[in-house]
Design a protein around this ligand. Structure first.
Ligand code: BYC
Ligand code: FE
Ligand code: FE
Length: 474
């Protein structure tokens, strides 16, 4: 399973033994590079970045650190080690051997799932392309670029599957990945959150906490797939995802820390005084949590989804940690509680578990999101400040599913249009919030220095000190 770095496309799938596939991917590669130069991190082609590159897919041999110019990053194809005689764990094919080819009857559904997954990866790079101009520190800048190159690699992972297993339509879909663009009026990215802007570092930390975490849960579900190459690709992608969420969680933690220090020093909880001191007040952080959390909840799809039921029954996409769940893994008679708006209130109804697969994954996600808030709230508490960050109700600010078109307050009351219009500014980032946050975004690029609105991280990268030159400019 060693990764072969002598190849033009590094890989551990013996690409050189399949000339046709190798040639097809090598002809996609220049298009990818053109996309990276055009829509990847802006103006960074000559930066030398202290990046981690995978050297093997073993848990111990993962990482190699060194300075790399991002266009020279070795994007490649890495699948987790095969599991011998892996059997399908759920659905109507439970107990049968996992598939090494795509069954004809599932071809278009599986392709669609892979395309949807793949589309998010370059979208996030596009969304983050201007952030380098306003980095709060070299440490943060390097982490941004690490995430960007890895999201680029995640695109490679899906493009490999499309080329290797889906013939001509797969190749066309791979091309289309570079033709849709985040926020493009004519050819947008597929899922809503990936067409939103990531205009500043506050949005970016929220995105990597909440939206990359959707990635964790979707990838974990696809890692259960009966289609073994997809499962193994997603398993390896998950190891990279952990760092993206770490960046989000610690980024928000550091902002909270800084804000609390300012509040403590000034003996104030007045948001205006906190802002005047150059920190981001807690109510503003709460509004950004509300926004990024709710658009990320939309990424799980409808509460009741026949699509999701089909993915599960046919074995294409499982539940989170499917094999650790103690049930029949077919869900023929099972039910699952689902929150739905009904007659002006929100009710919790038992629904067929098969239809509620998306909702169950959303439940797992919500519980995981709350863990970060608990840690941030500890920081607030340690400073003796009476304020609690909370996740809004799952129906708040939704565009997909049963809550689309229903106004729900953060605490879960259904509101009239009028009541919503009167109050939403307290709950979602306003233009003024964005303008204020943008005003803080002055680049800090001296080694070891940190913008005033964020506390330094607890430690540097890979044992290096905080004042290490994580990025060197030409
Ligand atoms: N926006 O039956 P439903 C990541 C559509 S993030 C727009 O619920 P389904 C990353 C849906 O397509 C992980 N449209 O659908 C993070 C369907 O359309 P049709 C990304 C939406 O299929 C950060 C219709 O509504 N991976 O990796 O059960 C940085 C009916 O809905 C949305 C995946 O998503 C939306 N939010 O569930 C970088 C995994 N939601 O058929 C990367 C692959 C739903 O009516 N995708 N629709 O035309 C899936 O598993 C499923 O497609 C979804 C949707 C869970 C997304
Ligand atoms: Fe990704
Ligand atoms: Fe990610």
């Amino acid at each position: 399973m060693a990764i072969d770095y002598r190849e033009r496309i590094p890989n551990n799938v013996a690409l050189s033994e399949n000339r046709r596939l190798q040639r097809a991917l090598e002809s996609w590669q220049p298009n990818y590079m053109r996309w990276w130069h055009g829509l990847g991190p802006e103006g960074t082609q000559d930066y030398e970045v202290y990046l981690r590159t995978a050297i093997s897919v073993e848990t111990d041999g993962w990482a190699n650190f060194g300075y790399v110019k991002m266009p020279d990053y070795r994007w490649g194809i890495f699948l987790a080690k095969p599991q011998e005689q892996r059997a399908i764990a759920f659905g109507e094919h439970r107990g049968e051997p996992a598939w090494h080819e795509v069954p004809g009857e599932y071809r278009s559904t599986l392709r669609r799932l892979i395309v949807t997954q793949g589309d998010t990866e370059p979208a996030s790079v596009e969304q983050q392309r201007h952030l380098g101009d306003t980095c709060p520190s070299l440490y943060d800048l390097r982490n941004l670029f690490q995430i960007n190159v890895e999201e680029g690699r995640h695109l490679w992972a899906m493009v490999y599957l499309l080329h290797a297993y889906f013939g001509r339509d797969g190749r066309e879909e791979a091309d289309a990945m570079l033709e849709r663009h985040s926020g493009d009026a004519d050819r947008p990215r597929i899922l809503g959150a990936f067409n939103e802007r990531t205009p500043h570092w506050l949005s970016y930390f929220m995105f990597t906490y909440f939206t990359d975490r959707d990635g964790k849960y979707q990838l974990a579900s696809l890692a259960e797939s009966s289609f073994d190459p997809l499962a193994r690709t997603c398993q390896f992608m998950l190891t990279e995802e952990a760092h993206h969420m770490f960046v989000g969680e610690t980024g928000i933690m550091r902002m909270v820390q800084r804000t609390c220090e300012v509040m403590h020093a000034l003996h104030t909880d007045d948001p205006e005084r906190v802002r005047a001191a150059g920190a981001i007040d807690l109510p503003t952080l709460q509004r950004f949590i509300n926004f990024h959390y709710s658009v990320s909840l939309d990424l799980f799809g409808q509460e009741r989804s026949t699509n999701a039921a089909t993915y599960f029954t046919t074995g294409l996409k499982g539940r989170y940690h499917e094999t650790r769940i103690d049930d029949d893994h077919c869900l023929v008679d099972a039910t699952w509680p689902v929150y739905l708006p009904k007659d002006g209130t929100i009710v919790c109804e038992q629904q067929p578990a098969l239809l509620a697969i998306n909702e169950r994954l959303r439940d797992d996600y919500i519980a995981d999101c709350q863990r970060g808030l608990n840690r941030w709230n500890k920081v607030i508490e340690t400073h003796g400040i009476d304020f609690t960050l909370t996740l809004p109700h799952r129906g708040f600010n939704r565009r997909i599913g049963a809550f689309d078109g229903v106004h729900v307050s953060p605490t879960g009351e259904i509101l009239s249009d009028h009541a919503w219009a009167r109050q939403w500014r307290a709950w979602l980032p306003t233009d003024e919030d964005h303008a204020f946050v943008a005003s803080l975004m002055q680049p800090v690029t001296a080694p070891g220095k940190m913008a005033a609105w964020i506390a330094p991280p607890a430690r540097g990268i890979h044992g290096k000190p905080l004042d290490y030159a994580y990025v060197k400019f030409p």
